[in-house]
Every structure is written in C-alpha cells, then in structure tokens.
Design a protein around this ligand. Structure first.
Ligand code: HEC
Ligand code: HEC
Ligand code: HEC
Ligand code: HEC
Length: 376
C-alpha cells in the first residue's frame, strides 16, 4: 500500500517536473512574432505601457528594451499568481503562450525610454538630510550626538529602528514628556529615518566613570540583558537600543521608567526585580563600555547599489536567471517594487529581502539612483 502511494506521489511530481520542463523551453525557443505582438499591444497594453514601451503614468513600469526572457517570466509570474497585481493577473491569464512570446519580443526590441533627469534628480542623500536636521538637536544631545549633560541620552551610534520607535513613543505620549522635542510633530517619517541614519553613523566617544554606581558590581546583573542588548551593551539588532557608552543618569531614569511610565512588557519583566542600587550599578557598568557606530550612512546607498550590481549591472545578463534591467526604469515603480520585496508582498528568489532591511528613505534614494541612470 505504502509503495503504491509513494509511487503515485513520485509519479505525480515527476509528471509536474516534466510538465514545467516542457513548458519553459517552448516559450523561449520559439521566436516571438513581433508584428503580432505589436497588434496585441495596440489592443490590450497601449493605454498603460504605450506603443513605445513607456509607462503612461508614474508607477507603471517601462517595458521598452527590457530583457525578453524577463518579460516572459514576469507575465508567467502574474499568470501563476506569484505576482499579485489584480489587473495584470487577469490579463495574463487570458494570454496564450504565443501571446506572451509575441508581446515580449515586441517590447524587448523597442529602443529604451529616455530618462527624465529633472524628475529623477537625485534627492539629497538620506545621511546629508539627517545631518542638516540634526543641527536642531545638538544643543542638548551634543555635537554628533555625544551628549554631555546628565540625564540627556547620547544618540551617537544608536540603532536606527529603535531611534524612530523612540521618537514615535514621545509623539504618542507613551513616554514621559520631556523638556525636549517641541519640534517632533513637525518631523515626517522620512525626517525621522534620516535623523536615525545620521546619528547611527556617528562614533560615540568614551564616557568617564560616573560618580555613583559600581560598574564591577553591575556587570553580573547584566547577564540577562545581553541576549537582547548585545555583548557589553552593543546591540546588533536595529530595533533594540545599544546601552554601551550611554549617559549613566539617563540609563538610570530609563530603567526606572519601565517600572512606571514606559509601557513595554518585554522590558518591564527584566527590571521589576532590581533594587535601586542594582540599577545604579548596571547604569555605571553600561555607561563605561566601549560603543560604536551601528551604520555607515555616509556610503550606504553606494554600498547597497554595489551589491545590486552583481546581478543588475547593465552588462550582466545571466541566462539562467530572469534579471530585469532597472537602469532608467520609472522611479515610482522601482519604489513600489522594492517596498513589495521588503514587505513580503512580492516573491523574490534572490537576496532582495536581505539587502533591503531599510526604511523608505533609503529605498527612495536607491530608486532615484537607478531611475536616473541611462537605460540601455
Ligand atoms: C491598466 C494599466 C495596465 C495595462 C492595460 C497593462 N499593464 Fe502591465 N503593468 C501595469 C502596472 C501598474 C504594472 C506594475 C504592477 C506590479 O506592481 O506588479 C505592470 C507591470 C507589467 C509587467 C511587469 C514589468 C516588470 O518590470 O516587472 C509586464 C511584463 C507588463 N505589465 C506587461 C503588460 C502587457 C503585455 C500588457 C497588455 C497585455 C499590459 N501589461 C497591460 C499596468 C498595466
Ligand atoms: C531641549 C533639549 C533637547 C533637544 C533640543 C532635543 N532633545 Fe532629544 N532628548 C532630550 C532629553 C532630556 C531626552 C530624555 C527624555 C527621557 O527621559 O525620555 C531626550 C531623548 C531623546 C531620544 C530617546 C533616546 C533613547 O535612547 O531612547 C531621542 C531618539 C531623541 N531625544 C532625539 C532627538 C532629536 C532627533 C532631536 C532633534 C530633532 C532632539 N532629540 C532634540 C533633550 C532634547
Ligand atoms: C527580551 C529582550 C530584552 C531584554 C532581555 C532586556 N531588554 Fe532592555 N530593551 C529591549 C527593547 C526592545 C527596548 C526598547 C523598548 C522601547 O521601545 O521602549 C529596551 C530598552 C531598554 C532601555 C532603554 C534604552 C534607551 O535608550 O532609552 C534600557 C536602559 C534597557 N532596555 C535596559 C535593560 C537592562 C538593564 C536589561 C537587563 C536587566 C534589559 N534591558 C533586558 C529589550 C530587552
Ligand atoms: C542575486 C541577484 C540579484 C541581486 C544581488 C539583486 N537583484 Fe534585484 N532582481 C533579481 C532578479 C532575478 C529579479 C527578478 C525576479 C524577482 O522578482 O525576484 C530582480 C528584480 C528586481 C526589481 C524589480 C524590477 C522590475 O522590473 O519589477 C528591482 C527594483 C530590483 N531587483 C532591485 C534590486 C536592488 C536595488 C538590489 C540591491 C539592493 C538588487 N535588486 C539585488 C536579481 C538580483
């Protein structure tokens, strides 16, 4: 009985493999009929993609000069439901294999769309924008985020996602109102991300030992903290704050705040059992640990696009992998696609998810970079 079931399953999967094997080469080997593709485009695609392959409105991708095998793969992905755009899915389902081949041959052979430099003009880098905004914070948080007045946290090297969360907690009233931050409501989400990137990229300076608290007595008490806050308080998780090199008075206040005003159960459970003396010692310990920058915001966009070039460089066409050309693509479409990868709304066989753990402000810069490259 078992053998029969196994045989059935094996037979079935072999049949499936056989089926896909047959289908793929047939789409790629038979040359597309360009006039037929053009006629089809005239009827079905022109309104959005034009007969010149230029997206008719922002966020509609250019198809002109796109790689033929990528166009075929993309239409198959809509057909199979791997890509979920409703209109495209319906259209792709209606198309025969020959239609897909013909239309792909037609669009792939059109000359590339000329890019619109004024629209795609590189927005200032997220880091530089953060730096400009950070001038308003220097009075209290210090030059480059190295604070000097007791009770005011250092921001240099702080993890960027945590940083944005912290600002939102002040805005939402989930943290005690401080004398600071009347300017917070005026900051956009982008501003916050840019500030976070700027401060994360600054080098924290070493703090002198605080006048109260015993760092040696504090160390063993931090054994339980390291799992989240990192070894010696240097966090490696973008959403968890670094504690190393932080102002001791601020650490003290913050830890106590989790017993009262700050509503974070995940933190509260670890600090409720601590005595005031313990907290003072923990604060002393963390404040003298060596800290470091958590991002390299100065070069982050270039570092990222260097990685993307491995697959997306205009000169590399890997026949085994349907990689789209993205130089000169519509900027809004690129933003949309990158967000879809990041948020798991578009299936990706590649490293997109890994290379884009970032906020919208970096995604927009990467998109601007590619949109402003000449298409080939
Ligand atoms: C109503 C407007 C509209 C029409 C009509 C339309 N498209 Fe699209 N097309 C879009 C939009 C919007 C996207 C981006 C969808 C997404 O995010 O997946 C897209 C994406 C695509 C893609 C994927 C491009 C890429 O870079 O991944 C291909 C290929 C495509 N369309 C081909 C066609 C073809 C062929 C037709 C005609 C049969 C057609 N489209 C008709 C709006 C349209
Ligand atoms: C008037 C002084 C002052 C100014 C100006 C100021 N801050 Fe603050 N900031 C503080 C103080 C004090 C705290 C600690 C409040 C508390 O106990 O929660 C703080 C806390 C923070 C925190 C939380 C840090 C952490 O580790 O949780 C962030 C993030 C922050 N500020 C960002 C900024 C930014 C960005 C600006 C400039 C746009 C700014 N601050 C301007 C005084 C200031
Ligand atoms: C399960 C993971 C976890 C553990 C264990 C943990 N923390 Fe935290 N801690 C967090 C997270 C997440 C935050 C940010 C919470 C928020 O947004 O307010 C945080 C925030 C803090 C802050 C505020 C930092 C700032 O800049 O305002 C301090 C101080 C802190 N933790 C100290 C400790 C200490 C001391 C221990 C050990 C006794 C500890 N934590 C254990 C996850 C943890
Ligand atoms: C390992 C090769 C590889 C790397 C590295 C890579 N990509 Fe891709 N990329 C692909 C492939 C293959 C596709 C098409 C299939 C898919 O959706 O996964 C794609 C699709 C895309 C698309 C969608 C384009 C369209 O027309 O829909 C964008 C945008 C993109 N990549 C940007 C990037 C960026 C930005 C990076 C660097 C942070 C990057 N990629 C790194 C292989 C790669």
């Amino acid at each position: 009985m078992k053998f029969t079931v196994l045989g059935l399953v094996l037979g079935l999967s072999l049949a499936l493999v056989g089926c896909t094997d047959e289908k793929k080469p047939s789409t790629q080997q038979v040359a597309g009929d360009i006039p037929a593709g053009k006629a089809f485009a005239e009827r079905e695609c022109k309104g959005c993609h034009g007969l010149d392959g230029k997206g008719a409105a922002p966020a509609i991708p250019h198809l002109a000069a796109q790689r033929e095998h990528y166009l075929i793969a993309a239409l198959d992905a809509y057909k199979d439901g791997k890509r979920t755009h409703a209109a495209l899915k319906d259209m792709a389902k209606q198309m025969t294999e020959a239609d897909v081949r013909n239309i792909s041959a037609f669009y792939a052979r059109l000359p590339p769309v000329a890019s619109a430099p004024e629209k795609n003009a590189q927005q200032g880098s997220p880091y530089e924008q953060g730096k400009t905004l950070a001038a308003a914070c220097a009075k209290c948080h210090g030059e480059d985020g190295n604070s000097q007045s007791p009770g005011t946290p250092g921001l240099a090297g702080q993890q960027p996602r945590y940083f944005v969360t912290a600002l939102q907690e002040y805005l939402a009233g989930e943290r005690k109102k401080s004398p600071m931050h009347p300017m917070l409501p005026g900051l956009s989400r982008f501003d916050m991300e840019n500030l976070a990137l700027y401060f994360a990229s600054q080098t924290p300076v070493k703090r002198p030992a605080p006048s109260s608290g015993d760092a040696v007595a504090g160390e063993p008490l931090t054994a339980v903290c390291g799992g989240c806050h990192g070894s010696h308080g240097v966090s490696t998780d973008t959403a968890t704050p670094s504690l190393a090199g932080q102002d001791a008075q601020y650490l003290l206040d913050a830890i106590k705040a989790y017993r009262t005003t700050r509503k974070r159960e995940s933190m509260r459970v670890y600090v409720t059992g601590l005595s005031d003396k313990d907290i003072e010692n923990i604060a002393a310990y963390y404040s003298v640990q060596a800290a470091k920058a958590s991002e390299k915001g100065q070069t982050i966009v270039k570092d990222l696009t260097d990685k993307c070039a491995r697959c997306h460089s205009a000169d590399v066409d890997n026949p085994a992998m349907a990689v789209p050309k993205i130089n000169g693509q519509d900027r809004d479409y690129l933003v949309m696609a990158l967000r879809a990868y990041r948020d798991d709304r578009r299936e990706s066989t590649t490293m997109h998810k890994m290379s884009l753990p970032y906020g919208d402000s970096i995604i927009e810069s990467v998109a601007s970079f590619y949109a402003s490259q000449p298409a080939k």
